[in-house]
Design a protein around this ligand. Structure first.
Ligand code: 3HC
Ligand code: NAI
Length: 692
């Protein structure tokens, strides 16, 4: 088998070509092979210079993240970089694609960087809760100035080839034949004396004021993101300390961050997102069907947003309503959403026109006849949904994927209304559909593998994060959310107020608490569902009955004076809640913030355990991804299942058992899977489960 690095030498110039799919990460094997190539070039009198090139979709994507936390294997990245830095012959990086993190650190240790037009240079460690840990915080400032380097590190977003050249990270832009240009450049460098390695350069940092201004602008993030605080300190060291000392401090900062639970959570998210993209139990060789045209049924809140998703991805879409007026209203809603983006400056007006041109309004289901994928977003009523699917069965072309955007209803029942249940599945978008990233792809009993693969693939084309889930009431996200919502009501009755409940979750890292969220969505939505299903929520019902429907009426859980977006606590609500508690016979008590938090989040984890055991989600990471992209769970907390694992399942189960006992609510008792894992010893975790 070929190694990860191919070495060849021609007319005095050696070329080491990295080929380590999928992304040329700096695994132990790759580092070893690259170090061998450097030593070989250095030791061969016939070789005057070395070019480091690569094949594949990236140049080098960085350190191998899967090795983090394991014992270091020599040569470490730092050793490899020191070898390149100290090479007595010129080493030139020929960068055809992304050089990220440790990849860019390797490139910056070279004597020069030759960029192809598709090169991208970046330091994305910040997104993993880390900082560049192999000299990047020292070399980038010397090449591009300290202020710009700090900006690059703190954003984590790469520069394209032109921007990287302008910033000073690249030496030559090769429009074509990158390898030849890099070899010629390397040969050129052998003519005079060896270029001074970046590590030995004194200048280049730029004005200290500019750096301090950049650092001050990051102060707010630095207060909550330890990696940002650490990178500011490290770049400041570039001004104050010799290179070697500064690199030693950078190394220590990197190792400290590696142990931080926030970085562990972000690394978990990185892999969970990629795992979620792989559909469990899909027969090998399953290929998605071709989707060139789409149709959306219903041009209401969701239908309009979903139609925009297709148009944004360049897929022509028909938006179908029951009558002309409703259709026109839907089209006008789409247009005004695009217009608002144009006004904000986030969309060019010709892009809006191009998208609008892909959207065609129509009346009557017959208009769905040409679509390869049909998503229904009609009212949430099973009778109507079945009728719609039966009609689609007659109208849709053979092989079209028939999807429902239902929030809660049974897709198997809808599939049974057709003669082609294999083509039926759920595509559950989140509101606003053109913004939220999550797409729950619901696999029904009879869903054909290629239909499922099609929904996931189209989801990705629409810029969504598809997660495959099974059929149950509310699927993964809403089913878990219902547990939290029930606790909000209970906590209000027992003694909490909306502001203390919301603060528990915003302190935890959510952008919004559940009460503010309900005010935004409208309290009448839940009220109507409860009325239809014979359920009650004494506090929330009383608010609606008092005309407090949320932001749209200027008051709900909170007050919104003069159309304010952020609510303020309302003494009237406190009085109303106290009255309801008394009516329900509940003696109110002071509830500590940490109890509120656990009462809100642990029942969700418990429901997640049931969801896993029932196979509704294939992996705990899938549940985490649902919560990250559908409900704004803070990424640095890793998602509910990761958070529970990090906390320790024994403690999680004990807390739930205590809540069940104190409240008499049996649903709070640890679910069987959680109880089993909690009893299995300290190391047992959701993430240790074998995929089902
Ligand atoms: N280490 C280990 N595995 C990696 C990896 C890395 N740095 N980058 C990607 N992979 C794996 C993914 O897990 C995935 O594996 P799978 O197929 O088994 O699921 C596979 O490579 C393909 O990844 P993507 O699906 O993400 O491929 P894309 O083509 O969509 O994206 C990418 C490519 C832009 C390179 C993207 O993978 C990415 O952003 N990777 C992470 C880059 C990064 O953060 N680098 C910095 C690492 S930290 C570092 O270098 C520390 C240093 O300063 C000391
Ligand atoms: P909505 O009431 O805003 O829109 C429904 C639209 O469907 C109406 O415009 C109606 O005229 C149209 N319609 C009804 N029967 C039709 C038919 N036979 N053919 C074509 N159009 C028809 O409802 P909304 O909120 O957009 O919800 C639609 C679906 O999406 C529901 O199943 C809902 O549960 C689900 N959903 C809603 C979310 C939300 O936040 N609103 C989030 C995720 C899913």
């Amino acid at each position: 088998m070929a190694g990860p690095v191919r070495y060849e030498a021609n007319e005095g110039i050696a070329v080491a070509t990295i080929a380590s799919p999928p992304v040329n990460a700096l695994s132990a094997a790759m580092r070893g092979a690259l170090a061998d190539a450097v030593r070989r070039a250095a030791g061969d009198p016939a070789v005057r210079a070395l070019v480091i090139a690569a094949e594949g979709r990236t140049w080098i994507a960085g350190a191998d993240i899967s090795e983090f936390g394991k014992p270091p294997v020599s040569p470490t990245l730092a050793e490899l970089i020191a070898l390149i830095d100290g090479c007595p012959k010129p080493v030139v990086a020929a960068i055809h694609a992304a050089a990220l993190g440790g990849g860019l650190e390797v490139a910056m240790a070279c004597s020069a960087r030759v960029l192809g037009p598709a090169a991208k240079l970046g330091l994305p460690e910040v997104k993993l809760g880390l900082l560049p840990g192999s000299g990047g915080t020292q070399r980038a400032p010397r090449l591009m100035g300290a202020a710009a380097a700090l900006r690059l590190m703190a954003s984590g977003d790469p520069l394209d080839a032109k921007a990287a050249m302008a910033a000073g990270l690249g030496d030559v832009l090769a429009e074509d034949d990158l390898r030849m240009v890099a070899m010629a450049h390397a040969a050129g460098l052998t003519n005079g004396s060896l270029p001074v390695p970046v590590s030995r350069r004194d200048g280049g940092l730029g004005p200290r004021d500019a750096f301090e201004a950049e650092a001050a602008a990051l102060a707010k993030r630095a207060a909550t993101e330890p990696q940002v605080a650490a990178m500011i300190a490290c770049v400041r060291d570039a001004f104050d300390l010799p290179f070697d000392q500064a690199v030693a401090r950078e190394r220590q900062a990197f190792l400290d961050l590696l142990q931080d639970p926030r970085s562990k959570a972000l690394r978990h998210v990185f892999f969970a997102e990629r795992e979620a993209a792989k559909i469990a139990n899909l027969p090998a060789g399953t290929k998605p069907r071709k989707v060139e045209r789409a149709a959306v049924l219903g041009a209401g809140t969701m239908g309009a947003g979903i139609a925009m998703c297709f148009a944004n991805a360049g897929i022509p879409v028909r938006v179908i309503e029951t009558d002309e007026a409703a259709m026109q209203r839907g089209i006008a809603r789409i247009r005004s959403t695009y217009d608002a983006s144009v006004k904000r400056g986030s969309l060019a007006s010709d892009a809006r026109d191009a998208r609008m041109a892909l959207i065609e309004g129509a009346v009557g289901l017959d208009a769905a006849n040409e679509a390869d994928m049909i998503v229904e977003a009609v009212f949430e009523e099973m009778g109507l949904k079945k009728e719609v699917f039966a009609k689609l069965d007659r109208v849709a072309k053979p092989g079209a994927v028939l999807a429902s955007n239902t929030s809660y209803l049974d897709i198997d029942e809808m599939a049974a209304a057709t003669s082609r249940p294999g083509d039926v599945l759920g595509m559950h978008f989140f509101s606003p559909a053109n913004v939220m990233k999550l797409l729950e792809v619901v696999r029904a009993k009879a869903t054909a593998p290629d239909a499922l693969a099609t929904a996931a693939e189209v989801g990705r084309r629409l810029g969504k994060v598809p997660v495959v889930v099974g059929v149950c009431f509310g699927f993964v996200g809403n089913r878990m959310l219902a547990r939290r919502t029930a606790q909000v009501e209970r906590l209000l009755l027992e003694g909490a107020l909306p502001e203390s409940i919301d603060r528990a979750l915003t302190d935890f890292g959510f952008r919004m608490g559940p009460c503010a969220m309900s005010d935004l969505a409208g309290l009448d939505i839940g009220w109507r569902i409860r009325r239809a299903t014979g359920k009650r929520a004494p506090v929330a019902d009383a608010l609606v009955e008092a005309g407090r429907l949320g932001q749209k009426t200027g008051k709900g859980f909170f007050l919104y004076p003069d159309g304010a977006r952020a609510g303020v606590p309302d003494p009237e609500v406190a009085a109303l809640i106290e009255r309801i508690s008394a009516q329900e016979g509940v003696t109110r008590r002071a509830i500590a913030q940490d109890e509120i938090l656990d009462r809100l989040l642990l029942p969700m984890v418990n429901e997640g355990a049931r969801i896993l055991e029932e196979g509704i989600a294939a992996r705990p990471g899938d549940i985490d991804v649902v919560w990250l992209h559908g409900y704004n769970w803070p990424a640095w907390r890793g998602g509910p299942m990761h958070w529970a694992d990090a906390r320790g399942l024994k403690e999680v189960a004990a807390r739930l058992a205590a809540f069940a006992q104190a409240t008499g609510d049996e649903s709070l008792a640890p679910a069987p899977l959680l109880a089993r894992l909690a009893g299995a010893g300290d190391g047992a975790s959701f993430s240790g489960l074998k995929p089902g």
